[in-house]
Design a protein around this ligand. Sequence first.
Ligand SMILES: *Cc1c(COP(=O)(O)O)cnc(C)c1O
Length: 452
Amino acid sequence: MKFVSTRGQVEPHSFSEAVRIGLAPDGGLFVPDALPDLKAEMLTWESLSYSELCFEFFKHFATDIDEAELKELITRSYSRFDHDECAPLVSLSDSLHVLELFHGPTLAFKDFALQFLGNLYERQVSKRDEEINVLGATSGDTGAAAINGLLGKKGVNIFILYPDGRVSPLQERQMTCMEESNVYPLAITGSFDDAQTALKSVFGDRDFSKSVNLSAVNSINLARILAQCVYYIYAWLRLPAEKREKTTFVVPTGNFGNVLAGWMASRMGMTVAGFQVATNQNDILHRFFSTGDYSVGEVHPSVAPSMDIQIASNFERFLYFSCGEDAEKTRGVMQSFKDEKKFVTQESGLLSSMSSTRMDDAEIREVIADLYEKYDYVADPHTACGFKEIDSFENVVVLATAHPAKFPDVIKDSIGIDSTHKSLEELKQKDISKYPLEPTEDAIRSFILSKQ
Ligand SMILES: *Cc1c(COP(=O)(O)O)cnc(C)c1O
């Protein structure tokens, strides 16, 4: 299989090349040149373990990697989860289920993609015999998951910029207590936007980024989306056969990556009733699916911070597939979106493919309290966003994207209990090791050079 750009101006790439490059050179995102029809084959995967299923799925995409090597790499990627099933499906009632995606090393669903991506990077480094330096900026969860995925990988250094004092203390510990020599958490003065701006200018210096083999940990990497298709199929196969096509997946959403993965799995044969996008008060995607208006507003910090996003980069892949894989049309829409900061449509094919909801902070706290009272279940603030307007659905799977112990203050406020997790308690015993830095291009460049 080959991978093409959503903007159509790049020759087809192999899986490994597309993963290594991340963003396509024409500014678009990599997608499979054709989505395979796996409908019949999926039904033969019922008895497979999580990593076995993942291997069967990836065989169709990572066709340039030797199968034995791929299998070993996938098995290793899911060996550090603290639940045998990796993604257990918990039933709150006959028709309401929670897919727990927080059993990975950093207790958020991003581990599913980043543990795998870390191993793919390491493989690239050994095949090409060159070291790489990975640079990213984070407001919390992504940095922790990326660091954990690349921890101790040979030939890879990881530099993560984060705003000092503006990420939660636990998130900071997940980045700064890792005790591996290839990890450099850079605590910058200023905001996340300052970090992001400095990062872009460092990447903009082509000579520098080439000379140190700089690579971005992107939320738009193809491997991340494909790795996320797997837990949808795994959960779908855990449901009784007669319920599968009557099931609606409800997905707490920020960058649109998670829900897009499920929607792509449905286009490969995982037949379901539909998808519901759950946003917090940063509701650009809810506005889009309810009115057709996708215009960028300001970000307002919420109690579900990993969804505090206004520009959902993966939306481009959705546009591309929705308009019949028309790269020219996608290119046009993305260009006008860049110019006008908005995109307005009434095309029913686009608007009717998903439903959507929005939840403010007060409602999130109420839902956490309700779920605890009704089902004795503790949900984190992101997951809580999924429990809105779901009563009319026949069978529902809500994706639980983070462990509640990552957000102890909101949980304490809402239901009065202390939510803890062994791995977070262990981190509290460790020393913090971070590198304070000014968010300037020069300071970052010099820091990276000093570690070569
Ligand atoms: C990243 C994240 C989300 C949003 O996922 P997208 O792929 O950006 O839609 C939701 N919940 C948690 C806990 C996250 O870390």
